[in-house]
Write a protein that binds this ligand. Structure first.
Ligand code: GDP
Ligand code: GDP
Length: 436
């Protein structure tokens, strides 16, 4: 389980700079979700083989007299609540400010482990004002320089070292069957669908060992096959908070996607497909997860409504050409059996292994059908291909001048492999490697 680490502090102390250091931004799972996270950023990082999720909370904007404003409170409180640890970023040069004290008092009450990263400490040496920051009563200040990349490993060693070891909450293993994440905006019918899928006759739900604060893994069996439902919708807890619409939690969503074998994106047939829907789909694809689209609330729709949502799908999610689409009614159970067929198919597809010989035969045929383009008068050469991994199926193509290979040709190859290997619906990640 990836720990979640929130960066908190007043503006200008260097949170964004630190965020960029701690995450390899280009690899970040998601940079930003419009409409949800205007000023929050999420990214993954790694230290000594252990990966973590970093959330940049934007900043406390103490514009109002009474200090921490409502906006910060709303944005940052959620991030702090969902975090396993907080890095409180301070400025060694600006010294301790009144706003820092306000942040500190909030953090003391949060009950989260807090670590003091005192930034801009490059070249300070003996002049590092440790005792000022020590006075916050939040532990030992750790000098860092985000801009110069100093103290990064030391900081993360302390932070990760204080968290429970990784294997404290083992994920259900692959042998327990595909892991299913049900994603979607609030109110599209996620809870109804999860309950329906688990509540079907002949579904046996097992007692679950791994109950965590953020999501719940529910192992179950249907028709002799095992699965694990990742309950992001908080179905089990929902019973107690009926009425209140749960806000979509980006962290929960990211974690669920990472843990999933197959993601089901639930859409509401009765509302417009929004930017949020597109982003959720994009997150699942970026993570390389097999994706199923479930258009819910299909019951009692007029023909024109059905046509309308189908047009919406084509217009708003044009990049989802290969994801299977199911029209379902979670409320009545219609189409739910077929969802399982897609889950089985995609889960099987995304864990397949292909021989290098088989892959190279397909590559040779693809090259014969359409040669790679000439760039600057010389033809780009693709030499061979092998499978680099599964879930997502990763195909590594070796060749010359790969950086000049046009996007259209990459897509052609991907589509050709997908077709030849019968990987409809499964994400295929193509990696193009420069050879000699
Ligand atoms: P944020 O508002 O907390 O996200 O802060 P930023 O990351 O945007 O940084 C604010 C300013 O501090 C920028 O001008 C950075 O270049 C500068 N800064 C960030 N880290 C360091 C550092 O380690 N040393 C110095 N001297 N400046 C830094
Ligand atoms: P969540 O916020 O995504 O978990 O959505 P819920 O499962 O709580 O459902 C939101 C609302 O949509 C509830 O009032 C459900 O009864 C309703 N709903 C869910 N599925 C269907 C469906 O298939 N058809 C219809 N008509 N309503 C549904």
């Amino acid at each position: 389980m990836q720990p979640v680490i929130a960066l908190v502090g007043r503006p200008n102390v260097g949170k964004s700079t630190l965020f960029n250091r701690l995450t390899r931004t280009r690899d970040a799972l998601v940079a930003d979700l419009p409409g949800l996270t205007r000023d929050r950023q999420y990214g993954t990082g790694k230290l000594g083989g252990r990966s973590y999720l970093v959330v940049d909370t934007g900043g406390f904007e103490p514009e109002q007299k009474n200090g921490i404003v409502a906006e910060m409170a709303r944005q940052t409180r959620q991030a702090i609540d969902e975090a396993d640890a907080v890095i409180f970023v301070l400025d060694a040069r600006g010294g301790l400010q009144i706003e820092d004290e306000e942040v500190a008092s909030y953090l003391r009450r949060s009950g989260r482990p807090v670590f003091l990263a005192v930034n801009k400490a490059e070249g300070l040496g003996e002049q590092f004002p440790a005792s000022d920051f020590h006075a916050l009563g939040l532990g030992e200040p750790i000098p860092i320089s985000a801009a110069h990349g100093q103290g990064m490993d030391e900081l993360m060693e302390v932070v990760l070292g204080a968290l429970p070891p990784e294997d404290a909450e083992p994920l259900p293993g692959e042998e327990e069957g595909p892991r299913i994440a049900v994603l979607g905006r609030p109110n599209v019918g996620k809870s109804t669908l999860v309950n329906r899928m688990l509540g079907e006759e002949r579904v046996i739900v097992f007692d679950m060992p791994g109950t965590t604060r953020d999501s719940i893994y529910i192992p179950f069996e249907r028709q002799g096959k095992r699965y694990v439902m990742i309950d992001t919708a908080g179905v089990r807890r929902r019973a107690r908070v009926q009425g209140g619409i749960e806000k979509l939690s980006v962290i929960k969503t990211i974690k669920a996607i990472e843990d999933a074998t197959v993601a089901i994106l639930v859409l509401d047939a009765r509302t417009e497909i929004s930017e949020q829907d597109a982003h959720l789909a994009g997150m699942a694809l970026q993570a390389g997860r097999a994706l199923i689209i479930a258009v819910n609330k299909w019951d009692n729709l007029e023909q024109h409504q059905r046509d309308w949502i189908k047009t919406q799908l084509e217009r708003r999610l044009p990049f989802l050409t290969y994801a299977p689409v199911h029209f379902i009614s979670a409320l009545h159970g219609t189409g739910v059996g077929d969802l399982y067929k897609s889950i089985d198919k995609l889960a099987a597809g995304s864990s397949r292994h292909f021989s290098t010989a088989q892959l190279n035969k397909i590559l040779a045929d693809a090259l014969a059908a359409h040669q790679p383009p000439l760039v600057g008068g010389r033809r780009i050469k693709l030499r061979y291909v092998h499978q680099g991994g599964h879930n997502p199926i990763t195909l590594v193509v070796h060749g010359t001048r790969m950086d000049e290979l046009p996007e259209a040709y990459r897509r052609y190859l991907e589509a050709t492999f997908r077709k030849a290997l019968k990987l409809e619906g499964v994400t295929v990640r193509m990696v193009f490697k420069q050879g000699e």
